[in-house]
Design a protein around this ligand. Structure first.
Ligand SMILES: *[C@@H]1O[C@H](CO)[C@@H](O)[C@H](O)[C@H]1NC(C)=O
Ligand SMILES: *[C@@H]1O[C@H](CO)[C@@H](O)[C@H](O)[C@H]1NC(C)=O
Length: 510
């Protein structure tokens, strides 16, 4: 850190002190006031189609999808439409109720006349890009991060699978491997409610550049028979993996770049259909040549996945190093039908509970037609918060329809109260789980260690990463492993090993 950074850090500390003294801070944040930790909930659903940033964001998303699906995306942006635009302003708050003003940080007196300036960490734009051919409707949903203004990164991209619409020989499935009958997703999206905002891209044509179709590495397919096989296969695989955010042992970007590329290789070897990543970051001051968005690093290495990234907290160093946020992501080879997330309990008076935690939920449509609930989380370092979190997650899981898979870095070993609760061995606040199983113990027995942490040391010592399933006669566990490349210390892909599980589905009739 140079002098300027020290100065900014000092100002931040003063600001925290100042804000904390001025207002009574409750232990628990008011979750309705925050989008996630440190960011106030500030949605704008009346974004103008003349919004210059929106135009750039749409162009970026169009190019993103055009590069991946050159055979199904129209040649020109003006042949597509946009709907359901939402703009989230990432307004910083220390007390998570009121914005921090630049004037507060700079210790300048406020004259009560000139407007105060909020501290903005950019925007998240959410919207649907859609188009229709004579036969088919296509819809892609995006979340694009903008910080600073000229830097755009894709936080989520989900779609109904366009490949099933292709006439003649579809391209090879190396980028997209889940042909799937047209789902109702785009139909639903196209039945827009009255009053929702819809944009035609007349104004955006000047952004248009013909997409370089050769940039996609797809080749013509030699036929669809293997796809058909895949389509009817009832098996699917799931991986939970903590990415160790943007750390590198040497502290050098070069090492992070190598590490994350190796992590991508480790994931790709297992070919998981669904992945839950934890500790995924946007870190403005890091990432080196790969850029600041870790979800983008993962997307670039793992082709053929739809994905959703949900930040949980903004880190305070954002003030002097630029936006730094961390959360969880779900990647899926199968269409993601809907997404939701829970902000989990946090006690701000507990020094072990400094970060807001989230549980991300995606409903995934398996090629057999079954919809699977996937939940992914990274729990607190405070056992008090972990117990409240698992209770909230169970209450949420209880009301879900269909198969449920819950995974993540739970920061808790099997003997812990939170894990006993998940396995239905103890109750918390008069709640008890039923039919919720830790798939590792179910297949290997309670006493098999299954250690996942910490690969930076020579010997692993803890099991804190898990995959749970809600028992169902329609979904069985086939096998569970902790893929171990035996790399330790500075050669490891992450400080955790992944957990990998294979399941099989049966149709309700059989
Ligand atoms: C759409 O954009 C293309 C390329 O800029 C242009 O040639 C064409 O005239 C536009 N079509 C309409 C209907 O605006
Ligand atoms: C939060 O933690 C503090 C300090 O450990 C404790 O006194 C307080 O009761 C906790 N609050 C809640 C809501 O659990």
């Amino acid at each position: 850190m140079d002098v300027v950074h020290y100065l900014l850090l000092f100002q931040y500390c003063i600001a925290v002190y100042f804000v904390n003294c001025k207002r009574q801070i409750h232990d628990e944040p008011d979750y309705s006031k925050i989008e996630y930790g440190g960011i106030l909930h500030k949605k704008d659903t009346t974004v103008s189609s003349q919004d210059k940033d929106l135009v750039a964001v749409i162009q970026y998303s169009y190019s993103f999808v055009k590069e991946r699906f050159p055979w199904s995306v129209p040649d020109f942006l003006n042949q597509t439409k946009t709907s359901d635009v939402e703009k989230l302003e990432l307004v910083y708050s220390i007390d998570e109720e009121n914005p921090v003003y630049k004037e507060d940080l700079m210790q300048q007196g406020h004259d009560g006349v000139s407007p105060l300036h909020v501290i903005l960490f950019g925007f998240l734009y959410k919207f649907t890009l859609y188009w229709e051919t004579q036969k088919e409707a296509f819809a892609h949903q995006f979340t694009v991060s903008m910080f600073p203004r000229e830097v755009l990164n894709m936080y989520s991209h989900i779609y109904s699978d366009p490949q099933s619409h292709t006439q003649g020989t579809p391209p090879s499935v190396s980028c997209e491997s889940n042909p799937q009958p047209m789902t109702s997703q785009s139909d639903v999206l196209l039945q827009r409610e009255e009053g929702s905002h819809e944009y035609f891209h007349k104004d955006a044509s000047h952004w248009l550049k013909d997409s370089d179709q050769s940039s996609c590495k797809r080749e013509p397919s030699d036929g669809v028979s293997s796809d058909k096989k895949h389509q009817s296969k009832p098996d699917f695989t799931v991986m939970s993996f903590n990415t160790w955010n943007m750390n590198s042992l040497s502290g050098k970007e070069k090492h992070y770049v190598k590490r994350i590329q190796y992590l991508g290789e480790v994931v790709a070897r297992s070919k998981p259909d669904i992945i839950g990543f934890q500790e995924v970051r946007y870190e403005y001051s890091k990432g080196g040549q790969l850029g600041p968005s870790q979800v983008q690093h993962l997307v670039d290495m793992l082709e053929g996945y739809q994905f959703v990234f949900q930040p949980g907290q903004l880190q305070p160093n954002s003030l002097y190093e630029g936006r730094t946020e961390e959360g969880v992501a779900i990647f899926s080879r199968f269409p993601i039908m809907s997404v939701n997330h829970l902000l989990l309990f946090r006690n701000r008076s507990n020094s072990a509970d400094t970060h807001q935690r989230v549980c991300l939920h995606a409903v995934i449509s398996h090629p057999t037609g079954t919809q699977i609930n996937i939940l992914n989380t990274h729990l607190s370092l405070s056992h008090e918060a972990r117990e409240k979190a698992v209770l909230a997650i169970w209450k949420y899981v209880k009301q879900l329809q269909g198969p449920v898979i819950f995974m993540g870095d739970l920061n808790a070993e099997p003997e812990e109260q939170a894990l006993k609760f998940l396995r239905g061995e103890v109750s918390l606040e008069n709640q008890q789980t039923t039919g919720f199983v830790d798939v590792w113990s179910e297949t290997h027995g309670q006493d098999t260690p299954g250690l996942t942490y910490n690969t930076l040391k020579q010997d692993l010592s803890k099991r804190i990463d898990y995959i749970f399933m809600k028992k169902s006669k329609h979904m069985q566990i086939v096998e569970v492993t902790t893929p171990d490349d035996e790399r330790r210390g500075h050669k490891a892909a992450s400080d955790h090993l992944p957990v990998f599980a294979k399941f099989t589905l049966s149709t309700p009739e059989t």
